[in-house]
Design a protein around this ligand. Structure first.
Ligand code: CA
Length: 231
């Protein structure tokens, strides 16, 4: 069974070993390094399906590594899961905006790490998100992008243009965390200025209108918002 190849970049030996052990046990092919410089070399010579990238590294740090990889067409598509410490929210935001796919905060359970890895690898398979006409159905919530209609238990919910855009953008990729800036960037109309503060306002309005379904929109403290994958 040849499973995906994963590179772990982590300078703390015990965490590196913990991750390496658990990934190997899951059947992944695992490569390891403790430095950003070495990680960049490995990405040049090896074909990889995923990188687990610690942000705090001696020498070139994780964000710099992510930036270099995402700016290179040969490595741009390798998904990155960042390993972060508590209090690194600003770096998480930067990393997500650079193109990292997800992050996990230390200390973490191996079970959760494996789940995140599976989710990211699964998302990467069909590269394109669902097309703009497919209906999103999450429990009692239905979103008709074509008709720009939202239903809860079959009852129509009146949303503003921007509220709909924000909801649809998040719900199209359940489980993904988006920063405010990413949301602004995705929903900005030509004629409607949306700022990162106003994203918060839109979310408050959305949650109120969605009532019992408002809980699907999760605040990720210091980072942004996520549509819950399972509720
Ligand atoms: Ca570190």
């Amino acid at each position: 069974m040849s499973k995906e190849r994963i590179l772990i970049v982590e300078d703390e030996e015990d965490i590196l070993e913990l991750v390496r052990y658990n990934l190997s046990r899951e059947g992944y092919q695992v490569l390891c390094t403790t430095s950003g410089e070495e990680a960049l070399k490995i990405t040049k010579s090896e074909s990889l399906n995923l990188i687990i990238l610690d942000l705090m590294l001696p020498g070139i740090d994780g964000l710099e590594v992510a930036k270099i990889l995402k700016n290179d067409s040969k490595t741009r598509d390798i998904p990155i899961i960042m390993l972060t410490a508590k209090g690194e929210e600003a770096d998480i935001v930067t990393g997500l905006e650079l193109g990292a796919d997800d992050y996990i905060t230390k200390p973490f359970s191996p079970r959760i790490l494996i789940a995140r890895i599976r989710a990211v690898l699964r998302r990467k398979k069909p590269i394109e998100p669902p097309d703009d006409t497919s209906v999103i159905q999450i429990n009692e919530l239905t979103i008709h992008p074509g008709r720009r209609e939202v239903l809860i238990k079959g009852e129509s919910v009146e949303l503003t243009y921007t509220e709909f855009q924000v909801l649809y953008y998040l719900a199209k990729r359940p489980g993904w965390v988006f920063t405010r800036f990413q949301i602004v960037d995705a929903v900005r109309g030509d004629d409607y200025p949306v700022t990162d503060r106003s994203v918060d306002v839109q979310i408050v309005g959305l949650r109120k209108k969605l009532g019992s379904c408002g809980k699907y929109i999760e605040t990720v403290r210091g980072v942004g918002y996520r549509f819950k994958e399972t509720v």
